[in-house]
Write a protein that binds this ligand. Structure first.
Ligand code: ATP
Length: 473
């Protein structure tokens, strides 16, 4: 069973050093979170798995890393300056602000709320008796458009001309560089460009821990496809392929199919440029929430950037130079922080072992922040020395992240390793150093499996094989 409440995971994250409230010593900064020593390992591993799957293991994909600050024309072309806005309503009684569409979504469902115009939001809230979640009153202001882009200034002069935006998505950095990548990488359609990076949105109602924050990380792919009749892979087919690929990626990382679903956007919910969009949603403790969006964006972005930049961004058919066209784009856009949160929730397990309760993070081995812990049974010098020798050998000979823990009783140390999700623990005892045959033979150690709790006595010489076997499973 995964976590049944968000609090269980928030508290474990704080206690063990996965995620801390941002700027805590100054009383925090609302809805910011900092990844601690274990959290950053989990997050890096999610990114590593993603990059490995979608960039390194495919010859139709290349990676990219664009600057966060871009020429502001980018955001005019993409439609973000004019249209990236949410309907904001204020409660007149307690002065709290909310996204009117989200309040209506909770009551009427996503599709019904998506079709409303700005001037319909307030009357609809009142007609549907949607009360203020904070104070319970029904006294809403008219909805206003609120642009979600963070503005800042570049350089020393803070005037209109120096205004830039923190990017609200990573995607546009890819579109703007489409020609550069095409010319230098010699990729042929269909091919994709992948990027991991921070995005910023001045969300009206952030919350639910790291689910909705104003600074977050995305893992995005823009997959360019030939839309013409000669195309071996039509955009519609590429969309279906990506739908399967992303589903498999999530489920293979250990997210239960029972708590995942695909939600297709209905016709009137689609952006004007998209012919098809779907979300992969996860059943969070507070309800279903989006993990990833997959959209057929057609040639909207490249058309816009051609128009605003004056550059020719067309693709030339390598077989026939007279055929030129703008590719269509299929975009899988993964939320990195939401993926990490989902994996934390999925891993969280409370179970009874011999009458005791234990909390264990059952991460997939590729995601666990620590691979292996070495636990010397005592701090006695020769025993500690033997354990340290073993530690050094393993870190030098493998890529594993190894924890060396000498503090507290062995039971406490096992509990700590369970709570951070370490798949294997190795205990070095007096048997290992030949001082107590009752504990085991000389040069043997105990290896303990996090999930089965099985303990096995093995020779030091066979540790590497044992680890390799565990990682093969
Ligand atoms: P939502 O409907 O939840 O606001 P969205 O449809 O605006 O999300 P997209 O623009 O499709 O999101 O962004 C792609 C992915 O980026 C989302 O599926 C999500 O995982 C992640 N994401 C978007 N906004 C946030 C946020 N404020 N905090 C954390 N992750 C986010």
């Amino acid at each position: 069973m995964p976590a049944t409440s968000l609090d269980q995971v928030v508290s474990l994250c704080k206690r063990r050093g996965f995620v801390f409230p941002g700027s805590e010593i100054y009383g925090g900064l609302a809805n910011t979170w900092d990844y601690g020593p274990l959290g950053v390992e989990v997050k890096n591993r999610v990114k590593r798995e993603w990059w490995k799957t979608f960039v390194h293991r495919r010859n139709d994909m290349v990676g990219f890393d664009a600057a966060i600050l871009m020429n502001p024309k980018t955001w005019e072309a993409s439609g973000h300056v004019g249209g990236f806005a949410d309907p904001l309503v204020d409660c007149r009684k307690c002065r709290q602000r909310f996204r009117g569409d989200k309040l209506l979504e909770d009551k009427l469902g996503v599709a019904a709320a998506a079709v409303l115009n700005l001037d319909q939001v307030q009357p609809m809230l009142i007609a549907e008796k949607v009360k203020c979640p904070t104070c319970g009153s029904l006294d809403w202001t008219e909805a206003k458009r609120f642009n979600l882009m963070f503005k800042t200034h570049q350089g020393v002069i803070e005037d209109e001309g120096s205004q830039v935006y923190l990017r609200p998505e990573t995607a546009q950095g890819i579109f703007v560089n489409f020609k550069n990548v095409l010319q230098t990488s010699r990729m042929r359609l269909p091919f994709g460009i992948a990027q991991i990076g921070k995005a910023f949105r001045n969300e009206i109602t952030p919350g639910n821990f790291t689910f909705r924050t104003r600074e977050f990380e995305q893992m995005e792919i823009e997959y360019f496809v030939d839309p013409t009749v000669h195309s071996a892979l039509r955009p519609e087919q590429a969309f279906d392929q990506w739908k399967e690929t992303i589903w498999d990626w999530y489920t293979e990382l250990g997210i239960s199919k029972d708590r995942l679903r695909v939600r297709e956007h209905e016709q009137d919910e689609l952006s004007h440029y998209s012919s098809r969009t779907l979300d992969i949603e996860y059943q969070f403790p507070w309800g279903w929430g989006e993990l990833l969006g997959l959209a057929n964006r057609g040639d909207f972005d490249l058309t816009q950037h051609e128009k605003f930049s004056g550059e020719d961004l067309k693709y030339t058919d390598p077989e026939d130079a007279t055929i030129k066209f703008l590719p269509h784009v299929i975009e899988p856009s993964f939320g990195c922080d939401r993926t990490v949160l989902t994996l934390l929730l999925e891993a969280y397990t409370e179970e009874e072992v011999h009458g005791d309760k234990r909390t264990v993070m059952k991460f997939d081995k590729r995601i666990a922040p620590v691979d292996l812990a070495i636990l010397p049974l005592s701090k006695k010098e020769n025993l500690l020395g033997k354990a340290q020798e073993l530690y050094k050998k393993i870190v030098q000979e493998t890529d594993l992240v190894v924890d060396f823990d000498v503090t507290g009783s062995i039971g406490k140390r096992y509990r700590r390793q369970d709570e951070i999700g370490t798949p294997l623990c190795i205990t070095v005892d007096f048997g290992t150093i030949g001082e107590d045959p009752a504990q085991g033979e000389k040069d043997t150690v105990t290896i303990r499996d996090r999930d089965t709790l099985k303990q096995e006595r093995i020779a030091i010489g066979s540790i590497r094989e044992k680890i390799a076997e565990a990682w093969r499973k």
